[in-house]
Write a protein that binds this ligand. Structure first.
Ligand code: ADP
Ligand code: MG
Length: 359
């Protein structure tokens, strides 16, 4: 279903994105080792990743790093190893082929369709080496880290170092990293830091864009058609006017309208309600660091676009803050993708969140 409110996995459920899909496939076929899928939340990175992994003729493992982080409050190599291994579990044929490779790794024991990882002595590098050997037989193995910026919480484990080692030495692996918090992802990968392990490494960046207004309307039209719910052109236009071309909001709107039989206005109200809940979930951690984040977002949402004007607004609301502290907070919001810095100044790239922040 085009409007299903979960990340897509099948090609037929993914609207458009042919070009991006082709680009990923070609990059993998060419043997590229590091591919980044970038863009703010809800543009469809996870969906695109899932579909690409499904369509490519190579074995793959996928780790939802944000989920791993929220489960363990860290991303130890054990947690990541466990996550890699659990994405293999239950895949009988794959496991049978992999068993010999895996059982040679310290800290890993394969029994039937289950794989045990013991925190002691487990080496992620050895696991990658085993997957690389397997990849030699299968053409490649793809290792996907969804929301890879969370790998920065590795503590003693330096994932940038591990990825750099793999990119340099394990020629049958392709890493696909997605990131909603693009600035934080690049801070973590440090391609431009001569002291950093990934310095100067080639990476193929694929930036997801929002749908154009025409494409957005087309997406809605197709989705309503598929659901057998008639809808007028002006309503589609209004919906796109309010939700812009962000697939996640468009799909949610369509899902609400077709499953709950609501009219346009009520469906938009429900989308906003959900957006509010999303902000609560996604930003609560940030807001707990500093109440100023909320006020900065409000200022930008209200249309203050210059550094000085945003700062004045925050000062007026919450009192004095020095320039560099303020800059750091604003910069964090930019790096997380909630605020965008354009030629015209700062703005909120997501119109739905913008409305929520404005309140
Ligand atoms: P991201 O990982 O970038 O945050 P997701 O892949 O989770 O985005 O997509 C957000 C929502 O939007 C999901 O409900 C998904 O089903 C929907 N979606 C995203 N892209 C598309 C698309 N191209 N076609 C259909 N639905 C999409
Ligand atoms: Mg995602």
């Amino acid at each position: 279903m085009l409007f299903s409110p979960y990340p897509k996995t099948k090609r037929e459920e993914l609207f458009d994105r042919d070009e991006e899909l082709r680009e990923i496939k070609h990059a993998v076929e060419r043997g590229e080792r590091l591919i980044l899928l970038l863009g703010i939340r809800r543009l469809g990175k996870s969906s695109l990743l899932n579909v690409a992994l499904n369509e490519l003729p190579y074995p793959s493992v996928k780790v939802d790093v944000r989920k791993t982080y929220s489960e363990y409050s860290s991303v130890s190599r054990y947690a990541i190893g466990r996550a890699i291994v659990s994405s293999l579990e239950g895949r009988r044929r794959l496991l049978e082929e992999l068993k010999d490779f895996l059982s040679r790794i310290r800290g890993i024991a394969v029994s039937g369709l289950r794989i045990e990882v013991s925190p002691k002595g487990f080496s992620l590098t050895e696991l990658l080496e085993a997957l690389n050997e397997y990849g030699e037989r299968k053409g490649r193995v793809i290792i996907a880290f969804d929301e890879a910026q969370y790998l920065r919480f590795g503590g003693a484990t330096r994932y940038d170092g591990i990825i750099a080692y793999a990119v340099d030495n394990l020629e049958n692996l392709t890493f696909v990293l997605t990131g909603s918090e693009v600035g934080l992802l690049f801070d973590f990968l440090k391609f431009h830091d001569p002291e950093a392990p990934l310095f100067g490494r080639y990476h193929h960046d694929i930036e997801l864009k929002r749908f154009s207004p025409e494409l957005s309307e087309e997406f809605l039209r197709k989705g309503f058609e598929e659901a057998g719910v008639p809808v007028g052109d002006d309503e589609l236009r209004m919906a796109v006017g309010e939700l812009d071309g962000i697939p996640g909001w468009l799909a949610l709107y369509g899902y609400i309208r077709t499953t709950r039989n609501l009219g346009h206005d009520d469906a938009i109200a429900e989308v906003l309600k959900e957006a509010k809940a999303v902000v609560g979930r996604e930003l609560s951690r940030l807001f707990s660091y500093s109440p100023r984040y909320r006020v900065i977002l409000k200022a930008v949402a209200l249309g203050y676009s210059r550094w000085r004007d945003i700062k004045d607004y925050v000062t007026m609301k919450l009192g004095y803050i020095n320039d560099s502290n303020f800059s750091a907070l604003l910069e964090n919001l930019v790096k997380s993708g909630y605020v965008e810095k354009t030629g015209g100044g700062y703005r909120i790239p997501d119109p739905v969140l913008e409305r929520v922040f404005r309140e």
